[in-house]
Design a protein around this ligand. Structure first.
Ligand code: NAD
Length: 249
């Protein structure tokens, strides 16, 4: 039995990239994985591969998020880990001067309001259990000014980090840990799409990573699994940085 035997782990954005790699890792270590995603093609395929459950969810929709965590609880009896990871990175409007209010609000809704909703409805179950680990995916751009980042995206990730810290402090007394995971640039469809539309940006970003390469999703998944596990029993309310040193350079 692995670290997650008998544990139920809900992963949003579980159909692709970091979420997919983490689902594979947690399932390999014994977890019941619940894949929450908008993608109704890849989502069920991934859930089947992992022997888990797919729940179609738009993480920006309150009723759907509530349903996601209730379905996990109904299927497996508990909600032990919430990896609130779904997010988008806008490919256009590079400057704030070209960022319209609607585009700004869309990013806040999908990246930040979603984490508020997912944390809230995961906590409902975790407080009752008096245990749980929440991992919210922020980004290295929450820690530094990365000249290449969209302002709406950076702001949303800063919010994710602050919210995670605050929740970690507030719910420690209930036996619950909340951490923000801060990946550097990772080789996933999200980044590949961004760079396909702007190859110059890919090159600019690469030169800033001390090791001269992007992370593979499995390298982020290993850190997410650590934070999810009891190995991290005293790691709480932190910005857990897995960025190859980019934010320190
Ligand atoms: P990805 O595009 O490969 O996967 C994101 C998944 O989220 C997709 O399956 C997509 O269908 C799903 N999704 C998007 N919007 C959704 C919504 N409203 N409701 C439910 N599901 C939705 O992306 P990724 O690179 O694996 O990114 C995962 C997280 O990591 C994001 O929060 C991203 O901001 C963050 N991140 C990524 C990088 C990177 O370089 N790739 C770096 C730092 C942080």
């Amino acid at each position: 039995p692995g670290r997650f035997a008998g544990k139920t782990c809900v992963i949003t954005g579980g159909a692709s990239g970091i979420g997919l790699a983490t689902g594979r890792r947690l399932a390999a270590e014994g977890a019941n994985v619940v894949v929450g995603d908008l993608d109704e093609v890849r989502g069920p395929e991934v859930a089947q591969e992992l022997g888990g459950l797919f729940v179609r969810v738009n993480v920006a929709d309150e009723a759907e998020v509530k349903n996601l965590f209730q379905r996990a609880k109904d299927a497996y009896g508990s909600v032990d880990v919430a990896f609130n990871n779904a997010g988008i990175n806008p490919t256009d409007d590079a400057s704030i001067l070209d960022t319209g209010l609607e585009a700004w609000q869309r990013v806040q809704t999908v990246n930040l309001t979603s984490v508020y909703l997912c944390s809230k409805y995961a906590l409902e179950h975790m407080v009752e259990q008096r245990s749980g680990s929440i991992i919210n995916t922020a980004s290295f751009v929450a820690l530094m000014g990365a000249a290449t980042s969209q302002i709406s995206y950076s702001a949303s990730k800063g919010g994710v980090l602050s919210m995670s810290r605050e929740l970690g402090v507030q719910f420690a007394k209930d036996g619950i840990r909340v951490n923000a995971l801060c990946p550097g640039p990772v080789n996933t469809p999200l980044l590949q799409e961004l760079f396909a539309s702007d190859p110059v940006q890919a090159q600019r970003r690469l030169v800033h990573v001390p090791g001269g390469r992007f992370a593979e999703p499995e390298e982020i998944a290993a850190a997410a699994a650590f934070l999810a596990s009891d190995d991290a029993s005293f790691v709480n309310a932190t910005a857990f940085t897995v960025d190859g040193g980019i934010s320190a350079a």
